[in-house]
Design a protein around this ligand. Structure first.
Ligand SMILES: Nc1ncnc2c1ncn2[C@@H]1O[C@H](COP(=O)(O)OP(=O)(O)O)[C@@H](O)[C@H]1O
Ligand SMILES: N[C@@H](CCOP(=O)(O)O)C(=O)O
Length: 290
């Protein structure tokens, strides 16, 4: 039996739309063993039907196709603690898990790079997939497929306010305009680059500005009542940076040591049906044979 572990991720980091992301220490676990026909057993967050028509099996088959082989029937069991459709990269984790399970059964023939390629092609943007596969902070491009790790100062944590209601990534992408003003593109370019420079030099005081964004958050915040105020409250409470988690609806705040003020600032946004997660930065995909 092959087992893989894949982290949740926060994509964009505010300004790095479709380009920057970070892994969180919250891991999906998936295992696969040969079977007579495809089977799927889901447990964990939310509801995903136990049918082989799912993101994990789809990525499993795509990975075999990339290796030039027909996928064998397989039974996949999954425990997923990543909230679904909340902006924490559950779909990317599912796809990475499927491709990684295939890679294990192919004796590592695709490797991490192949898993990254398969999952990015299916997901459509690499900013969740790169940190899910390689861990930590990552800069990623889909064309040409590229990933570069960013520096990771010690002791950082994310406080993530996860509301009770989902927002599908497809819906949050549909809210974006086809064109943006040149001034907004300029605004984001400098700030996305600032993430890399500030992390590299440990200049954490620059991250609040680095996370500010005009390319997607202003449009998505319209779909997320209370989120703009929550981001302001987190900044006022001393967060190093605050931004929409992926495509939303969760919001994330980066902190170093004492995060209790930031947790309090985000509590209202999570609300009684949601929750607050405090997570350290995660490593990438791992696996073991059991
Ligand atoms: N482990 C999984 N197995 C099968 N489908 C999944 C799994 N995780 C997520 N999904 C599907 O992906 C959807 C969420 O993807 P998406 O809208 O991109 O949000 P996010 O990736 O931010 O959680 C879920 O509603 C579900 O349909
Ligand atoms: N860059 C993408 C990231 C989506 O992340 P998710 O975790 O919400 O799926 C986007 O902003 O659409």
């Amino acid at each position: 039996m092959e087992r893989v572990y894949v982290p949740a991720t926060l994509a964009n980091l505010g300004s790095g739309f479709d380009a920057l992301g970070v892994a969180l220490a919250l891991y999906l676990e998936a295992e696969a063993e040969p079977a007579e026909s495809d089977r799927f057993h889901y447990s964990g967050e939310g509801y995903v039907p136990d049918t082989p028509d799912n993101l994990v099996h789809e990525a499993f088959r795509a990975a075999f196709a990339r290796a030039g082989e027909a996928a064998p029937p397989v039974e996949i069991r999954l425990f997923n603690p990543i909230p679904l459709a909340r902006g924490l990269g559950s779909s990317a984790a599912a796809r990475v898990a499927g491709a990684a399970l295939a890679d294990r059964l192919l004796d590592g023939r695709l490797g991490r790079e192949g898993v990254f390629a398969v999952a990015t092609e299916l997901e459509g943007h690499p900013d969740n997939v790169a940190p899910a596969v390689f861990g930590g902070f990552q800069l990623a491009l889909a064309q040409p497929l590229t990933h570069v790790p960013l520096a990771q100062p010690d002791g950082l944590r994310f406080v993530v306010a996860v509301p009770g209601q989902p927002l599908a990534t497809a819906q949050a992408r549909a809210a974006l305009p086809a064109q943006v003003p040149h001034a907004d593109a300029r605004y984001n370019l400098a700030r996305a680059a600032l993430w890399a420079a500030a992390l590299a030099q440990g200049r954490l005081e620059l991250l609040a500005e680095a996370a500010r964004d005009r390319l997607h958050q202003p449009y998505r915040l319209e779909l997320m009542p209370g989120a703009a105020e929550a981001l302001e409250a987190a900044r006022a409470a001393g967060a190093l940076a605050a931004f929409v988690a992926g495509a939303g609806p969760s919001v994330a705040a980066l902190t170093d040591a004492a995060a209790s003020e930031v947790v309090r600032a985000l509590a209202d946004y999570a609300g009684p049906e949601g929750r607050l997660l405090t997570l350290s930065i995660g490593g990438g995909l791992t696996w073991k044979a059991t």
